[in-house]
Write a protein that binds this ligand. Structure first.
Ligand SMILES: [Zn+2]
Ligand SMILES: [Zn+2]
Length: 262
């Protein structure tokens, strides 16, 4: 089984103490590739170095909605120039709207979300979207953007409604499934919704170090790429798919999403 963890934050300092073990466990679980996802200008620079050091990694550059208040046009322009210069950069994000925690004011989130969608379009990079509790505003903005631009991207850690899911699918987006799928109460809704996602739009992710799947949670507080296997197996079980067959689809979907077809 060949797995691609389509979204992880492995620059988190919690990996420093056992970094080589984390990579060994990932390889033993069949994880052949990991997308390292940018959240700030500074961390995006760091991810480029990590990805250039290890062929297992690719990375994105971008500014998370939580950090939108600290964004400016100089930072966006800098990230654009890095993306042009470094072929390991395969996506833009994560960007979007998060009105659940409101770490940045709404006008800042909206302004820098729009500018980042423009930046990705200018570079022809797929987008990694983050959406939490935006009450339809995220969808409005993405639809507006898609009216005069080609849109390619993934709604990572999907947690929306059935109506939002079908709108995302209509827009041609991929849907990122995390370990929440394995969590008893919190994953209940998601386990129903994954039945409605075509197999050519599914990708799996850890969002590590966050969102550790249930089976691993007793032993490990921190999530890591190896555990994406648990999510893939659960996805196959819930959908009644053959796990190896689903894994093949999901692998190819992720290569398509990130423009990595050989
Ligand atoms: Zn996110
Ligand atoms: Zn993330």
């Amino acid at each position: 089984m060949k797995l691609f963890d389509s979204h992880a934050h492995l620059d988190d300092t919690s990996y420093l103490k056992d970094w080589n073990d984390v990579l060994d466990r990932a390889k033993n679980a069949g994880v052949h590739a990991v997308m390292l996802v940018g959240i700030t200008e500074k961390n995006s620079e760091h991810l480029i170095r990590m990805a250039e050091d290890n062929p297992m990694f690719r990375c994105s550059v971008g500014i998370h909605p939580h950090d939108a208040a600290s964004a400016d046009q100089r930072a966006i322009d800098h990230l654009k120039s890095l993306a042009v210069k470094h072929p390991v950069v395969k996506a833009w994000g994560e960007t979007g709207l998060d009105f659940a925690r409101m770490h940045s004011p709404r006008p800042d989130q909206e302004r820098w979300f729009e500018r980042q969608m423009d930046a990705a379009a200018e570079l022809s990079l797929p987008l990694i979207f983050h959406e939490r509790d935006s009450g339809g505003r995220f969808l409005d903005m993405v639809r507006h953007h898609a009216r005069n631009r080609d849109l390619k991207g993934v709604v990572h850690c999907f947690s929306g409604s059935t109506a939002e899911l079908s709108a995302y699918l209509d827009l041609g987006l991929y849907i990122g499934i995390t370990g929440i799928l394995t969590v008893k109460a919190r994953g209940e809704e998601l386990r129903k919704q994954v039945l409605h996602i075509p197999e050519n739009r599914l990708v799996v992710e850890t969002d590590a170090p966050y969102l550790t799947p249930s089976p691993e949670r007793n032993k490990h507080k921190r999530n890591e790429p190896a555990f994406v296997r648990t999510t893939l197996l659960k996805l196959a079980e819930v959908r009644g798919d053959d796990p190896d067959c689903l894994a093949d689809h999901v692998w190819n979907n992720t290569l398509n999403l990130y423009g990595m077809m050989a």
